[in-house]
Design a protein around this ligand. Structure first.
Ligand code: GLC
Ligand code: CA
Length: 563
């Protein structure tokens, strides 16, 4: 198995906040084109672009109203074609974010579906009659969706509910309907024929639902709703659908796929989705390494209770490696557009350079294809928003509604600054000019107030910057790709709560200190050389390293070391 995507260095672009080329405050495809030389210079060889299809933007493009067109706010199909051409000229592959689980309620299929009581297009979605409880019309069951609400919405004109596990403007598609599946395959072919190199498959774990639609029996919230992803995640029928998708579409192109498998997919399911022999996708994103600091659902916690659990983090990476190596591949990432900034989560804003570069070292040398999320390479951190209106995300707004009865506004805002998806979506910080060089006008998403200190331009001139480290580390990853991509991964001192260290192929030694204080790390060495160090010196005596705060070392072992 010698696939190009194993050697790729991925970079995720959230187009809305990456670069605005025409000064309307919205990032766009021409903005991405403008920055391709920057990505090339960084060493990126694969970009994943979040949705830019026509959309009313209830969920910033994940609510698609026309799969075959570019939303005018992002540009045109011609811009897309040019983007592909230029990216390919720079040897950068481009994958699109394909949203197959749901459409926008403004998609013509849905509009037709609700145009009459029993319209045939209702088969494209999941419509059900409501229940009468105490003389009141209620949803068909107690399922709660991902955005803090019932998973059902009511359409008065046809007196039916439709399932929507995300926002009410994102009705779920009915994958058990063969005609619908064929329509979606056509969509995939459309973009592959235009030259894209594959897809990140959005919310792919949710294609199949529990069609009995029985109530969940797990704990219910104060609204009588149960958040029970097992009702709509990783269900067996998905594998049949993906098999068909692969045979009818993917197998006919030289393309790669990475599926997003939320809803708690475990290693065995991961293998089923993506094993080399008879998997359906090339790799799948799991979420097991995302909230290893207890920040998820942390509204009742004080800041000092949010602490990175380094052991848990290592164990989660290890579990996936143990289950997958030799059998399947994996994408490695710290965050995406649905998460807080990793620097604020596992790093430390007071140690931006050391902790940012430390995270970069781990990301780039673990097992899998790394995906850098825009801004991570300069150590961008969580937003400093102080007003609810600044949190544009539908998930954040719903979260506020859900909690406002029980919490002070300031407490909710504090939690949003810690956990909300807006943290990853503030404009990319290119330079110190107004609006961080993202645009010349104010965009709907406010720029993080730290942009004068934290920006690309500044870090391009600093040797000791997160950006310079990412660049250097990507180079090293490519230089040692045999060890990094094909070599074994051995964790060292797995139970040590302070360090995150491992060996690649018994040749590369990665040592990192996750703490704000000096930490000792014992590892006797013979002949070795340092390939990367985010401090000037290394303190090493009698087989013991004394690591500085967030110190990160990449060491090449020159002789079999006899520890
Ligand atoms: C995925 C996306 C997220 C989106 C959701 C619905 O989880 O990453 O941003 O809101 O799917 O499409
Ligand atoms: Ca624009």
């Amino acid at each position: 198995m010698n696939k190009w995507w194993k050697y790729a260095v991925g970079y995720q672009i959230y187009p809305r906040s990456f670069k605005d080329s025409n000064q309307d405050g919205i990032g766009d495809l021409r903005g991405i084109i403008e920055k391709i030389p920057y990505l090339y210079d960084l060493g990126v060889t694969l970009i994943w672009i979040c949705p830019f299809y026509r959309s009313p933007m209830d969920d910033n493009g994940y609510d698609v109203s026309d799969y075959r067109d570019v939303d005018p706010s992002f540009g045109t199909l011609e811009d897309f074609k040019e983007l592909i051409k230029i990216a390919h000229r720079y040897q950068i592959k481009v994958i699109l974010d394909l949203v197959l689980n749901h459409t926008s309620d403004e998609h013509q299929w849905f509009q037709k579906a609700i145009s009459s009581k029993d319209h045939p297009y209702q088969k494209y979605y999941i419509f059900k009659e409501g229940k009468m409880i105490d003389g009141k019309k209620c949803p068909p069951n107690n399922w709660k969706g991902f955005f803090s609400e019932s998973a059902w919405s009511y359409v008065e004109s046809i007196d039916k509910y439709y399932l929507r596990i995300f926002s009410k403007k994102m009705p779920d598609l009915n994958w058990s309907h063969p005609e619908l599946r064929q329509e979606l395959y056509q969509v995939a072919r459309f973009w592959l024929d235009l030259g894209c190199d594959g897809f990140r498959l959005d919310a792919i774990a949710h294609l199949a639902k529990d069609l009995s639609f029985k109530d969940s029996t797990i704990n219910i919230d104060h609204n009588g709703l149960a958040f029970d992803p097992s009702k709509f995640s990783n269900r067996p029928e998905i594998f049949e659908y993906l098999k068909e998708f692969k045979e009818e579409v993917l197998d006919h192109y030289d393309c790669m796929t990475v599926g997003e498998v939320g809803g708690g997919a475990n290693v065995l399911e991961g293998l089923k989705y993506a094993n080399y022999q008879n998997g359906y996708l090339n790799m799948v994103f799991n979420f097991d390494t995302c909230w290893s600091n207890g920040a998820y659902g942390s509204i009742d916690k004080k800041d000092d209770e949010i602490v990175t659990d380094v052991v848990n983090l290592k164990e989660n990476f290890k579990r996936w490696y143990d289950g997958l190596h030799k059998k399947a591949w994996l994408p490695i990432y710290w965050l995406n557009h649905d998460h807080p900034r990793v620097l604020s989560q596992y790093g430390n804003v007071n140690y931006r350079y050391p902790s940012g570069s430390m995270l970069g070292l781990i990301l780039l040398f673990l097992y899998g294809t790394p995906f850098i999320y825009q801004g991570e390479e300069i150590g961008m951190s969580n937003v400093d928003y102080t007003r609810l209106s600044q949190f544009k995300d539908v998930g954040a707004q719903n979260y506020f509604q859900e909690h406002k009865e029980f919490y002070e506004e300031e407490t909710i805002l504090h939690t949003l600054r810690r956990t909300s998806r807006c943290n990853a979506r503030s404009p990319m910080q290119w330079d110190a000019s107004a609006y961080a060089g993202f645009s010349e006008v104010r965009s709907e998403m406010d720029v993080n107030g730290n942009y004068k200190e934290v920006n690309v331009q500044r870090q391009q001139h600093e040797k000791d910057s997160v950006l310079a480290s990412y660049k250097q580390l990507i180079k090293l990853r490519k230089q040692y790709s045999k060890d990094v991509v094909d070599g074994s991964l051995t964790f060292i001192d797995l139970k040590d709560p302070n360090t995150f260290s491992f060996l690649k192929n018994n040749r590369l030694l990665i040592i990192t200190n996750f703490k704000e204080e000096a930490i000792k790390f014992t590892y006797p060495l013979n002949e070795w050389q340092i390939l990367f160090n985010n401090y000037k010196e290394v303190e090493y005596q009698d087989g013991i390293f004394t690591l500085k705060p967030y110190q990160a070392l990449l060491i090449e072992l020159l002789k079999e070391n006899n520890s």
